[in-house]
Design a binder for this molecule. Structure first.
Ligand SMILES: *Cc1c(COP(=O)(O)O)cnc(C)c1O
Length: 362
């Protein structure tokens, strides 16, 4: 059967024994499957050359626009194997829509939602043997992305664009159990401003976050927490790669409103599930001062970060220039861990998919 992305099988797949060895301890982002999806866009021809082919390096002219002006966007989602052997995606339509939104912001061509879904699904089918066994927290991480591949030096949207999807087996995110991380509150760097690219999933946002990430490490923290651009006591935005959520003693699940932050699939799913945990979902601005006061007087009981890679990461402490404080006595919160389990149970088919979030691939 030929799909939208016709399959050209590799003649040199990773030997089966080697693949089994990789799947036994895949880590994250270190190993890649046998195939990749690609498509090309030009202003004259639109999207064409769709295919699934062997995973292979690109040939890029040194003047390729992405190397100079960073016109690039990406996505991240996972394929999960259920106990009966079937393979499923979690809300991939959300990723497809977000990818189109990121493309608009970066003046890249929009990839039709059906092409996004077909490329991801057909790649997973071609590399099905790479989807880790059910039972743990392992999955096949999928990385769709698009970049300006036109050879020219000049500042304008590229006339030639490359779309690809690669896949990488991912082990359980927390190998030694879910403990809790400390965030460095950056008073120096911001990740977004009004009218900027904060809501787009683009490589440039990550490039500019690395100095802040280094600063966090230098202060002994795991990740950075960005504030908005109004200064040191500004509104909470998000962590480098994850959205932020607070649980309050009055039973609210509070998360910063959309605008300059990334509209996360995990964030959206948690807001939808909050009611089942007796929590009222609230999207609004939260100041650092409010978080500090709430952590001190116990009105903020739990804090966690949400994103596809780790699902939910408890945040147990914060540090900034001249201060530090813990939340919930410095241990992961009960509701945080329960929400985490529930999202995983839906993704792995152990809990009923009441919202219709799962999409079967094979
Ligand atoms: C991808 C991403 C997230 C998490 O989004 P999910 O869809 O839940 O994976 C959060 N923040 C940033 C900056 C991101 O790039």
């Amino acid at each position: 059967m030929t799909g939208t992305f016709p399959l050209v099988r590799t003649t040199e797949p990773v030997p089966e024994a080697e693949r089994h060895g990789i799947l036994a301890a895949p880590g994250f982002g270190k190993f890649f499957t046998d195939h990749m999806a690609t498509a090309t866009w030009t202003s004259a021809e639109g999207w064409h050359e769709r295919r699934i082919g062997p995973l292979a390096p690109y040939t890029l002219h040194p003047s390729a626009a992405v190397l100079h002006y960073a016109q690039e966007i990406f996505e991240g989602l996972k394929a999960y194997r259920h106990a009966d052997g079937s393979v499923w995606l979690f809300r991939p339509e959300f990723n497809a829509r977000r990818f189109a939104g990121s493309a608009r912001r970066l003046a890249l061509p929009e990839l039709p939602e059906e092409d996004f879904l077909a490329s991801v699904e057909e790649l997973v089918r071609a590399d099905e043997a790479w989807v880790p066994a059910s039972g743990g927290e392992a999955s096949l991480y999928l990385r769709p992305y698009m970049f300006a591949s036109e050879a020219f030096l000049g500042v304008r949207p590229a006339d030639r664009v490359t779309y690809s999807v690669i896949a990488s087996p991912a082990g359980p995110y927390f190998a030694s159990g879910v403990t809790g991380i400390t965030l460095w509150v950056s008073g120096e760097y911001t990740r977004a401003g009004r009218g900027g690219t904060g809501a787009a999933k683009c490589g440039g946002n990550y490039a500019s976050s690395l100095a802040a990430q280094l600063e966090a490490k230098q202060h002994g923290c795991d990740q950075v927490l960005f504030l908005d651009d109004t200064g040191g006591e500004g509104d909470l935005e998000e962590s480098g790669t994850m959205n932020l959520c607070l649980i309050t003693s009055s039973g609210e699940l509070v998360t910063p409103a959309l605008g300059t932050i990334l509209d996360g699939v995990t964030r959206s799913s948690i807001l939808a599930l909050a009611g089942e945990f007796g929590l009222a979902p609230v999207e609004r601005a939260i100041t650092l001062a409010e978080l500090r006061a709430g952590a001190a007087d116990g009105t903020v009981t739990e804090v966690f970060a949400a994103g596809t890679a780790a699902v939910i990461t408890p945040i147990t402490a914060f540090k900034g220039e001249g201060y530090e404080f813990t939340v919930g006595g410095g241990t992961p919160g009960k509701q945080t861990l329960a929400l985490r389990e529930h999202v995983l149970d839906i993704q792995y088919g152990r809990a009923e998919d009441r919202h219709g979030w799962l999409r079967r691939v094979s």
